[in-house]
Design a protein around this ligand. Structure first.
Ligand SMILES: NC(=O)c1ccc[n+]([C@@H]2O[C@H](COP(=O)([O-])OP(=O)(O)OC[C@H]3O[C@@H](n4cnc5c(N)ncnc54)[C@H](O)[C@@H]3O)[C@@H](O)[C@H]2O)c1
Length: 405
C-alpha cells in the first residue's frame, strides 16, 4: 500500500513508519516538525539524541534498501498544499498522528490553549475536507486517546466508542446508539473529543472510511526496527510537559530523582507498549471499514494501572524514593478504570505487559543518555487553573519537598 504517515517524525509516528516500511509498504512522512520547534521553545531535548528526519530516512535506506519519502507540510495552515499533495499522490491509507499531544502543554497559558485548538482541529478538518475534495478513497486511521472519556469511576467498562441507550419518547422507549459521552480533562483532550464529531460527520455525509484509535498512555522507547541502528533511535520525552507517567518514573529512577507522584497517586490510567501500538496500527489498517459504515473505534490499550502502584513498582525495582507532590491537574484524586479492548485481541494482538518487563530496557536507555537530562525540566509545572498554580511544586528535590518515602 501507499501510506501517508502524518506526524511521522514523532514518538509514535517514527516507529510506525519503520514498522510499515519494513513490511514493504511505500511510506510518505508528512510533518511540519513543530514538535522539534516546541523542544526549542521549552528549552528541552529528547533524552535520546535524534537526528534530522532526512538523516533518519537516509540511515533506514542504507540499512534496508527501502526509501522513505519526507514532505515538510503544515496540515493546519497549508490547506492548498495538502489538497495538492493528496491529489497528486493518492495514498491508499492515511495515518494521522499530527497533533499537539501534551495535555500539560495545552494548559500552560491562553496562547498554548489557542495553539492546540487551532493546530489540532484545523489539521483534522483540513485533512477530511481535502479527502472529500480530491475524491481519494483512502482509509483514514487516526490516533485519538482514552483520555477523551475522562476519569470518573463509572463502574461499567468503557466500550469501544459506542453506547446503546434507551430514550423515552411519547410512544415508549426507543433504542439508540450514541458515541460514548466524552468528558475531556484538558484542552488537548477537548480537541480529541472534537475530532470525534468531525469524523462522525464526514463518515456519514461523505462516506469517508475512518478508524479512530483511542490509545492509552504509550510507554517504552524501542521497537524491533528502531533497535537496528543507533541513528534510528526513537525520541523520548522526559520533561514535565511531554514526558508520560511511566516513562518519566523510569528516567527519574535512572538518574536518582525522586519519583514524582501527583496527589495520592490514585489515578488509574490505560497503558500500551510502543511495540504493541505499532502492531495495533498494522491490524487496524488491515481491517478497514467500508464506505457508508460508521466510524470504527478501537480502545488501543492493553492494561490499566494505578499511578502509585507504578511508582511503588519502579521504586522497588530501582531503590528510588517517591515524592508525593501537589497535583497540578484538576482531576479526580482517585478513580477506577475498566476498558473493553476485545476488538484488537480478536484481530490477533498479543499484549506486551509490564510484568514481562521491558522496564529494565528503558532504565538502561535513560542511564546511557543521563548526561542529556536537565533535572530542572523534570517537574511538571503546568497548572490547570490559576488557583492550582499557587500550590504547584516546582522543585521536588529542594527544601520545599513535602514528604518522601
Ligand atoms: N504518546 C502517547 O502516549 C499517546 C497516547 C495516546 C494518544 N497519542 C496520540 O498519538 C499521536 C502521536 O503522539 P506522539 O506521542 O507521537 O506525539 P509527537 O508530538 O511526538 O508527534 C506528533 C508529530 O506530529 C507533528 N505535527 C503536529 N502538528 C502538525 C501539523 N499541523 N502539521 C504537520 N505535522 C504536525 C509533530 O511535528 C510531531 O512530529 C497524537 O495525536 C497523540 O494524541 C499519543
Amino acid at each position: 500500500m501507499k501510506i501517508a504517515v502524518l506526524g511521522g517524525d514523532g514518538f509514535c509516528g517514527w516507529p510506525t513508519v519503520l514498522h510499515l516500511s519494513d513490511q514493504g509498504h511505500e511510506i510518505h512522512i508528512i510533518d511540519n516538525l513543530s514538535r522539534r520547534w516546541i523542544d526549542t521553545e521549552l528549552g528541552v531535548q529528547s533524552l535520546t539524541p535524534m537526528d534530522s528526519i532526512q538523516e533518519r530516512c537516509r540511515i533506514w535506506k542504507q540499512e534496508t534498501g527501502k526509501e522513505l519519502h519526507f514532505h515538510l507540510l503544515d496540515l493546519a495552515r497549508e490547506y492548498e498544499r495538502l489538497r495538492g499533495w493528496l491529489s497528486d499522490h493518492r495514498p491508499d491509507a492515511i495515518i494521522h498522528f499530527a497533533e499537539q499531544r501534551a495535555a500539560p502543554y495545552s494548559m500552560k497559558s491562553d496562547r498554548h490553549k489557542i495553539y492546540t485548538v487551532n493546530n489540532n482541529v484545523n489539521a483534522t478538518h483540513n485533512l477530511l475536507t481535502a479527502m472529500v475534495e480530491t475524491g481519494i478513497d483512502a482509509h483514514l486511521v487516526h490516533l485519538g486517546t482514552m483520555g477523551v472519556y475522562g476519569y470518573s469511576s463509572v463502574g461499567a467498562p468503557i466500550p469501544e466508542g459506542y453506547l446503546d441507550i434507551e430514550i423515552d419518547t411519547p410512544d415508549g422507549k426507543k433504542a439508540q446508539e450514541i458515541l460514548y459521552p466524552t468528558r475531556p480533562g484538558s484542552v488537548y483532550h477537548m480537541t480529541k473529543s472534537l475530532d470525534q464529531i468531525l469524523f462522525q460527520f464526514y463518515a456519514q455525509n461523505d462516506g469517508l472510511r475512518i478508524t479512530d484509535l483511542h490509545q492509552g498512555i504509550v510507554w517504552g522507547t524501542h521497537t524491533e526496527q528502531t533497535r537496528r541502528h543507533e541513528q534510528l533511535i526513537n525520541r523520548f520525552d522526559y520533561d514535565g510537559d511531554y514526558g508520560t507517567v511511566l516513562n518519566r518514573f523510569l528516567i527519574q529512577a535512572a538518574i536518582g530523582y525522586p519519583l514524582t507522584v501527583h496527589g495520592t497517586g490514585g489515578q488509574t490510567r490505560a497503558f500500551i507498549h510502543l511495540q504493541d501500538s505499532v502492531r495495533c496500527i498494522e491490524l487496524a489498517l488491515a481491517d478497514a471499514p467500508r464506505a457508508g459504515e460508521r466510524v470504527r473505534i478501537f480502545n488501543q490499550m492493553t492494561e490499566t494501572h494505578r499511578v502509585r502502584d507504578l511508582a511503588e513498582l519502579v521504586a522497588k525495582m530501582t531503590g528510588t524514593e517517591i515524592a508525593w507532590l501537589p497535583n497540578p491537574r484538576k482531576e479526580a484524586a482517585e478513580n477506577d478504570l475498566v476498558v473493553e479492548n476485545a476488538q484488537f485481541l480478536a484481530l490477533g494482538l498479543n499484549p506486551t505487559t509490564l510484568q514481562e518487563g521491558l522496564l529494565d530496557e528503558v532504565v538502561e536507555v535513560a542511564r546511557k543518555y543521563a548526561h542529556r537530562i536537565d533535572r530542572k525540566r523534570v517537574p511538571a509545572v503546568s497548572a490547570w487553573t490559576k488557583d492550582i498554580a499557587k500550590r504547584v511544586e516546582t522543585d521536588p528535590e529542594g527544601k520545599r519537598l513535602k514528604s518522601a518515602s
